[in-house]
Design a protein around this ligand. Structure first.
Ligand SMILES: CC(C)(COP(=O)(O)OP(=O)(O)OC[C@H]1O[C@@H](n2cnc3c(N)ncnc32)[C@H](O)[C@@H]1OP(=O)(O)O)[C@@H](O)C(=O)NCCC(=O)NCCS
Length: 331
């Protein structure tokens, strides 16, 4: 097992106050039901941002809490890595807006695009920058305004997603510390990109009247195929992170998986031989907040005392790309 180079010094979340329940879809004229959504996904409600709440503003709320808990001032942050699939605009990055908003005067800032796996990817990149000696302190955020890219006329996707942000302050460890990131794993398979994607609205098929008319700039998903790959990939990711840390499922105190669907979570936990009593689930309250889901869940788990000093956590993600990844973290 490698020496943990980086540790989580503080966490926070930024959640829109507005709640949309499953019953609220009736008002949109969608043929769906609370029972269908709960049975297939476990989702009961999701938070939906107002027009005034942006990917940057939710990220800033999460970041300020994480910084205050870590005792870190804006000027001490060396890098801001913001994972998002819903940048506030296309150029420049939302991370630079966050840098300006926080007054993080000496920070490098960039967005990272790996869909729902983005925060695990971003944490791994930040740890690498610490390993190579480039940075000491990073702000790693997942922030997503999924409500801005889902098709509110497509019942098979719009019921699944929600908005929110989660943030951590990651710091370089002092020598001989046993807390921090014990292992990390990342993979992708771009041959499957079209199972979960936004076909248009980028450089290849820029926005046009035709794009707006056929609604091809919104998220499209092949649900069954995505489900199958999610279970397979998250299972592999559990194995790889556990192997990397020289641990077994029994050694894990808490599994914090990406929150897309409770059935995917249950299948992943079963595969990893971790009982559901050790799994953090909040998909019922948030829906799928993409790359924000793991840092939001982690923040809640710390706040409620389920993660504390000495806890060993397995974090595992899967998302569009497909991308997947995992890490074992000791607190
Ligand atoms: C989306 C998902 C819940 C659908 O569940 P499913 O059991 O696979 O259902 P299907 O897609 O086969 O659809 C079954 C039926 O329900 C219908 N349906 C789809 N969405 C519905 C909704 N919101 N309400 C009611 N019916 C719905 C479908 O039209 C289909 O009807 P049909 O049989 O008449 O064609 C499931 O596939 C899933 O969770 N996939 C993974 C999604 C995910 O996690 N994505 C993010 C990964 S990061």
């Amino acid at each position: 097992m490698k020496r943990p180079v980086a540790f989580i010094a503080g966490t926070g979340r930024g959640i829109p106050a507005r709640i949309m329940t499953n019953h609220d879809f009736a008002a949109l004229g969608l043929e769906t039901s609370h029972e269908w959504i709960v049975e297939r996904t476990g989702i009961v409600q999701r938070h939906i941002a107002t027009d005034a709440e942006t990917t940057c503003s939710m990220a800033a709320t999460a970041a300020r809490t994480a910084m205050s808990r870590a005792g870190v001032q804006p000027g001490e942050i060396d890098a801001i890595i913001l994972s998002t699939a819903t940048a506030d605009r296309l150029l420049p990055s939302t991370a630079v807006d966050l840098q300006a908003e926080l007054g993080a005067t000496r920070a490098a800032a960039f967005d990272l695009s790996a869909a729902c796996s983005g925060w695990i990817y971003a944490m791994t990149v930040a740890e690498g920058l610490m390993q190579s000696g480039v940075i000491e302190t990073a702000l790693v955020v997942g922030s997503e305004k999924m409500s801005s890219i889902v098709d509110w006329q497509d019942r098979s996707t719009c019921v699944l997603f929600g908005d929110g942000a989660g943030a951590v302050i990651l710091k370089r460890n002092e020598a001989h510390s046993t807390r921090g990131i014990l292992s990390a794993f990342m993979r992708s398979d771009g041959t499957l990109a079209e199972l979960l994607w936004r076909p248009s609205g980028g450089a290849k098929a820029p926005f046009s009247q035709a794009v707006l008319d056929d609604r091809s700039s919104y998220v499209r998903m092949a649900g069954r195929g995505t489900f199958r790959h999610a279970v397979r990939s998250m299972s592999e990711a559990c194995d790889r992170a556990l192997d990397g840390a020289r641990l077994r499922g029994d050694d894990i105190d808490i599994l914090i998986p990406h929150q897309a669907n409770v059935r995917i979570i249950e299948a992943t936990a079963k595969y990893a031989n971790i009982p559901m009593s050790k799994v953090y689930v909040n998909v019922d309250r948030y829906g799928n907040t993409s790359s924000a889901s793991i840092p939001i869940a982690l923040d809640e788990a710390i706040e409620s005392g389920r993660v504390k000093g000495g806890t060993t956590a397995l974090l595992v993600a899967f998302g569009a790309g497909f991308t997947w990844g995992s890490m074992v973290v000791r607190f």
